[in-house]
Ligand binder design. Structure first.
Ligand code: MG
Ligand code: MG
Length: 265
């Protein structure tokens, strides 16, 4: 069932997503060669709790019923999603996707940004730029009267034209009191297909795009999803509300971009 949100609920979602954006901004300040993903997790969790929210990812169960042990997902290089923060030290040329979720006053925030660690190869930068651009292309399609398939079509068309591949097994989603609500929002699709978009729908759009083939493998930790061919993976995500005028982006990259300045992707 799709829950349409009232304007009051949309403001509650905006507040939670603003906090996610601020948390990503805090991490932008410290992401550099030499830091561990565990340290990023520690900083994020403290920041979220200091602002009266809870990190929704912590304790979230996988299909085996095992709880996610951290507050952010930190997926490095060929890791696509759900990387568990650990003692891995980030190195010059790495990329790290930080997916962050909060619950504030009962409403969820969810957003992801892939950071370049120091200087990265031009082809990696192209993957990041294209994935971020695809996110906004998808968001442009999120208007009343359009359909879910229009979002996926826009994301897929742009990424495949650049020679990249779209992950199929993981998709965007409705969001509200629960982090994952209906409908599913794939990053591939056909124009005019799928669920009709309506005013009041709140969804997370989150292209997961890889440089090589779209085949994935799961690490033995039963969380971390990697590309089978070890090529790089990027992931950008915004939570949006559908209004009469189109998409209202509730999450924000402004705090990240303030920190990164001219280095922003
Ligand atoms: Mg997310
Ligand atoms: Mg999400």
């Amino acid at each position: 069932m799709i829950f349409l949100k009232t304007e009051e609920e949309i403001e509650l979602l905006r507040a939670s997503n603003e906090l996610v954006g601020m948390t990503l901004g805090e991490l932008a300040k410290i992401i550099r060669p030499g830091i561990t993903t565990k340290e990023l997790d520690r900083v994020a969790e403290a920041f979220i709790r200091d602002h009266g929210a809870i990190p929704t990812f912590k304790g979230f169960p996988n299909p085996y019923g095992e709880p996610f042990p951290a507050s952010i997902c930190a997926s490095v290089n060929d890791e696509v999603v759900h990387g568990i923060p650990n003692d891995r030290v980030l190195e010059e040329g790495d990329i790290v996707s930080i997916d962050c979720g909060t619950k504030l006053n009962g409403y969820c925030g969810d957003s992801c940004y892939t950071f370049a660690v120091g200087e990265v190869k031009p082809e990696t930068m192209q993957l990041l730029k294209t994935t971020k651009q695809a996110l906004y292309k998808g968001i442009e399609q999120a208007a009343p009267g359009k359909r879910i398939g229009d979002i996926g079509y826009a994301v897929q068309t742009l990424c495949e034209a650049e020679g990249f591949s779209v992950i199929r097994e993981f998709v965007g989603h409705g969001i509200g009191r629960e982090m994952h609500e209906e409908p599913m929002v794939p990053n591939y699709g056909r124009r005019g297909n799928g669920q009709m978009l309506k005013v009041g729908m709140c969804i997370a759009i989150e292209p997961m795009i890889v440089a090589g083939q779209r085949n994935i493998r799961m690490l033995p930790d039963k969380w971390t999803v990697c590309t089978a061919d070890h090529q790089m993976a990027a992931h950008y995500e915004h939570t949006i509300a559908l209004t009469k005028r189109g998409a209202d982006i509730l999450s924000t990259f402004k705090y990240v971009e303030e920190v990164l300045g001219a280095q922003a992707i």
